[in-house]
Design a protein around this ligand. Structure first.
Ligand SMILES: Nc1ncnc2c1ncn2[C@@H]1O[C@H](COP(=O)(O)OP(=O)(O)OP(=O)(O)O)[C@@H](O)[C@H]1O
Length: 310
């Protein structure tokens, strides 16, 4: 578990991270979201003891990073994929990490195999593609077989097969009971990978909630109800206390109560031609929540999420 308490980082006048308090729990993938400059990388660097907080604290399984006896066996991280010595082969890069952290050397071949780099183990990373560099970064994070893994933009530069592989890996690590904390700007990918979300804007916590709840609370999910008797349906729904609005060609009921609406229709002998849950996307929810916290906005273009219905 990673625990942040009042974590703050100031650079001169600028507050990059502003009193963040949240915990990242094991057994699920926690997505870390925020607009550009929100403070995600700074937070991750402080978790790893690479940046010193101006205030507050971070604990990794109950301990500050610098007090962990063998840090790589407690927490593995991918921050900058290219943070590799240019003269060392992929194998030697992992060998140095293993030797300096008391990690058994057999883990080197295991992680190379795991990330699919066995064939290029004796090559220098400077000849690697962006995706191969990313895989080597993930191998380094996994080397100590840590219970906690933290990835900053892990799918950056990966092709669709690589993205799929990272997604499955994260889910598997969480299913093994590990703590997985991952940042990404790719909302559609995050929606497929994360179970839980921590969202920040201008260094402050905006949300710490499940993926489903985040979308439900920050975007319009509704049920589309099409019937040849809209007037009667409207009355039945209103009597049951469900809000109804007029959609383009059918009724719309905010929320996700499709089963309840189907039951009400059956009870009252109402014919349904369509009963569809229209789920809002993570992207819509994210943009709605962070609208006021976006630092660099293209004012000329209208990028705001479209409000649905009336
Ligand atoms: N070393 C530094 N000195 C001064 N300001 C910094 C430093 N590092 C980060 N900042 C500032 O702190 C704020 C947070 O930056 P950070 O890189 O943590 O954001 P981020 O959420 O990771 O952004 P992105 O999504 O663009 O990577 C930004 O305004 C940035 O300019």
């Amino acid at each position: 578990m990673i625990e942040l308490a009042g974590l703050t980082k100031r650079y001169g006048e600028r507050t990059a991270v502003d009193g963040l308090t949240f915990s990242v729990r094991p057994g699920r993938v926690t997505g870390f979201l925020g607009p550009n400059g929100a403070g995600k990388s700074t937070t991750m660097r402080m978790i790893l003891g690479l940046d010193h907080p101006t205030g507050g604290s971070v604990r990794i399984d109950g301990m500050p990073y610098e007090r962990l006896p063998e840090p790589l066996t407690a927490i593995g991280a991918l921050l900058e994929a290219r943070a590799v010595h240019p003269g060392r082969t992929a194998h030697d890069h992992l060998l140095c990490l293993a030797q300096s952290n008391g990690i058994p050397l057999r883990r080197i071949d295991e992680v190379l195999e795991l990330v699919g780099l066995t064939a290029v183990a004796r090559k220098r990373p400077k000849s690697f593609s962006l995706g191969m560099g990313q895989r080597l970064g993930i191998a380094s994070a996994m080397l100590g077989d840590p219970r906690i893994l933290m990835f900053d933009e892990p799918v950056n530069g990966l092709d669709p097969e690589g993205i799929h592989w990272v997604r499955q890996l994260m889910k598997q690590l969480a299913a093994d009971g590990r703590t997985v904390f991952v940042s990404s700007h790719l909302m559609s990918e995050m929606a497929l990978t994360a179970d839980h979300l921590v969202v920040i804007g201008r260094g402050r916590l905006l949300a710490d909630t499940s993926m489903a709840r985040f979308i439900e609370e920050n975007a319009h999910t509704f049920v589309r109800v099409c019937t040849p008797e809209p007037e009667r349906m409207r009355d039945v729904l209103a009597a049951a206390g469900l809000p109804v609005r007029e959609g383009e060609d059918c009724l719309e009921v905010p929320g996700s109560q499709a089963p309840r609406i189907g039951e009400l229709a059956a009870e009252h002998g109402l014919v349904l031609h369509e009963l569809t849950l229209r789920r809002a996307s993570l992207e819509e929810a994210f943009m709605r929540l962070t609208r006021g916290a976006v630092e660099y906005q293209a004012h000329a273009a209208e990028h705001g999420p479209q409000a649905q219905g009336g």
